[in-house]
Design a protein around this ligand. Structure first.
Ligand code: PDD
Length: 282
């Protein structure tokens, strides 16, 4: 049985029923978070709560729970989350008013759903082989900094990767790298690391921030700036980061080898630091 939090109640996920008028269902009018849980401990909860607050404020949804209330929901789910690793998904929509109408309804209460799932980490042996990416145009909107549940372009990009038999699709806009369907991108050239700046064009990933911090603690500077598609294709190393993929080395892009075609030395140093931080081997 998977336990779910649903609008102030705790019940089996399979028994949660949602109104057809919920604005998440009708308009994708909501935001979400995904946090990792390692051996029952939530990874970087404060950073995720900060980002959830930013997403909610950006779309002007009042979740009806304060930060401590939201944290308590995450903590309750973490206590019983699958081990050794899990994720907790939380989404907040603008609720289910009596009528469908685009503008904000008066008096509707936000709907909050949260539940945990087992996380199958990308194992060390798989990491040592490395992963592949394909590229596609970034067809999303211009507020990718909001962690919106309106994910259709990301769904299509992820399906594109699945059909190509690769880990992710890297999205390109105006000759620049944005990010993958559900992860951020880093490139390494001549020992220098760069990643797209966290502006409106990408989600400011929590593991992106962790990777930057860990690299800097190792004395490896990370430039946050525009990254051109040509840099991506000429990179010695590419990594992608996310809560679920952690810090994954990319060895093929659109069928061509990245660098030597093996995970690179800069990735390895940051990855080792990541595993130490998480406290369990992948
Ligand atoms: N997605 N960029 C996009 C578009 C994402 O959807 C995600 C995460 C990231 C990485 O963010 P973080 O490091 O905070 O997980 C970047 C989650 C995992 C998801 O949608 O399931």
């Amino acid at each position: 049985m998977t336990l779910a939090y649903w609008n102030g109640t705790w019940q089996p996920l399979a028994e949660v029923t949602v109104s057809p008028l919920d604005r998440g269902f009708l308009f994708a009018d909501g935001v979400y978070e995904v946090v990792a849980v390692y051996d029952g401990r939530i990874f970087e909860l404060d950073a995720h709560l900060d980002r959830l607050a930013r997403s909610l404020a950006a779309v002007r949804i009042d979740p009806g729970l304060d930060r401590a209330g939201l944290a308590a929901v995450f903590q309750r789910l973490a206590a019983d989350a699958p081990r050794p690793a899990a994720t907790i998904y939380m989404q907040v929509t603008r609720g289910a008013p009596a009528q469908r109408s685009h503008a904000f309804p008066a008096g509707a209460q936000a709907s909050i759903l949260a539940f945990a799932s087992a996380l199958k980490r990308l194992g060390r042996a798989q990491q040592e082989d490395g992963f592949a990416l394909v590229s596609a145009p970034d067809i999303r909107w211009l507020r990718c900094d909001i962690k919106s549940i309106a994910l259709l372009p990301s769904v299509l990009a992820a399906q594109n990767a699945a059909e190509a038999g690769v880990l992710e699709t890297v999205m390109l806009r105006d000759g620049l790298v944005s990010e993958c369907a559900a992860s951020n991108v880093f490139v390494v050239k001549d020992g220098k690391v760069a990643t797209p700046a966290a502006d409106h064009r990408i989600l400011d990933g929590i593991n992106r921030r962790i990777a930057i911090r860990l690299a800097e603690e190792l004395g490896i500077a990370v430039e946050q700036r525009d990254v051109a598609e040509v840099e991506l294709r000429a990179a010695d190393e590419i990594w992608i980061t996310s809560t679920t993929k952690e810090l994954a080395p990319i060895v093929r892009l659109d069928g061509a080898a990245v660098g030597t075609g093996r995970p690179g030395p800069v990735w390895r140093r940051v990855r080792d630091a990541f595993d130490r931080l998480v406290g369990q081997p992948a």
